[in-house]
Design a protein around this ligand. Structure first.
Ligand SMILES: O=C(CO)[C@@H](O)[C@H](O)COP(=O)(O)O
Ligand SMILES: [Fe+2]
Length: 257
């Protein structure tokens, strides 16, 4: 998982399970992975950091028994540090926490790096949080996380309208980090992917657009085309960008029981 690869900056399409038929989460996960998704985006909400509750480590652990997908977990929780161990045990592959929630975001990154399971570390920004909030995540000249998530809706609910006014943040991040994974989440669909991709996002979370469609494979493919045409091919070639890949999962660790 997340082994460094010599691939150019790539598109990563992650359907958000929040929009799936929750009575059949494993079946829905299989449906979108078979349709060409790169990862499952799993929104964890604690009813405190955001005014909504979703699920926690036990549900993810159960789903892990039924899915080999990359689990891209988005933690909308007030105490991300407390979730590092439980998420590793549950089988998360990506741990994206909100910078607004962390007392010291570097401590959270360090805890994820030291966890029992290797996980990609992401840091998320709410729409009202400026990119300068990420300044706390540098150490010895290196930016600690692997991924930045720019929320394009207020976190807490699926099905909201895309906030194009967040694109200057994506542009600023892409200028600063030419090869890093930059994810956008909220209101992404075939109409809005273009503006996100033009700004420089390469990781697209899409809940409603994928799960509410009769043809998820076509939606996923069109989202990918949007990213690869607009954001990646030209700039990535120019910059020679390389990023870690989400696709290969480590063979070296086993699913938790
Ligand atoms: O994190 C969140 C919401 O807080 C998202 O992941 C949503 O679940 C995306 O859903 P759509 O806007 O694509 O329907
Ligand atoms: Fe999310």
């Amino acid at each position: 998982m997340a082994a460094l690869s010599a691939k150019p900056l790539e598109s990563k399409i992650a359907p958000s399970l929040l929009a799936c038929d929750l009575s059949d989460m494993a079946g829905e996960a299989a449906r979108v992975m078979d349709a060409g998704a790169d990862a499952l985006h799993i929104d964890v909400m604690d009813g405190h950091f955001v005014p909504n509750l979703s699920w926690g480590p036990p549900v993810i652990k159960k789903l892990r028994q039924r899915s080999d997908a990359f689990f891209d977990v988005h933690l909308m929780v007030s105490d991300p540090l407390a979730y590092v161990g439980p998420m590793a045990d549950a089988g998360a592959d990506g741990f994206t926490f909100h910078v607004e929630a962390a007392t010291d975001p570097c401590d959270v990154v360090d805890a994820v790096r030291a966890a029992s399971r290797p996980m990609v570390v992401g840091v998320a920004l709410r729409p009202d949080t400026p990119v300068e909030a990420l300044d706390a995540l540098w150490r010895d000249g290196a930016f600690l996380p692997d991924l930045v998530l720019v929320m394009t809706v207020p976190p807490g609910f699926g099905g909201q309208a895309f906030m194009a006014d967040q694109m200057p943040k994506v542009e600023a991040l892409r200028r600063r980090f030419p090869t890093m994974d930059i994810q956008v989440d909220g209101g992404l669909n075939l109409a809005t992917v273009e503006v996100a991709a033009r700004a420089g996002a390469n990781c697209i979370v899409a809940g409603s657009a994928v799960f509410k469609s009769d043809r998820p494979a076509e939606v996923i493919s069109a989202l990918r085309d949007g990213v690869e045409t607009l954001a990646l091919h030209k700039p990535a070639r120019k910059r020679g960008g390389m990023v870690s890949s989400w696709r290969p999962r480590a063979e070296s660790f086993e699913h938790p029981p």
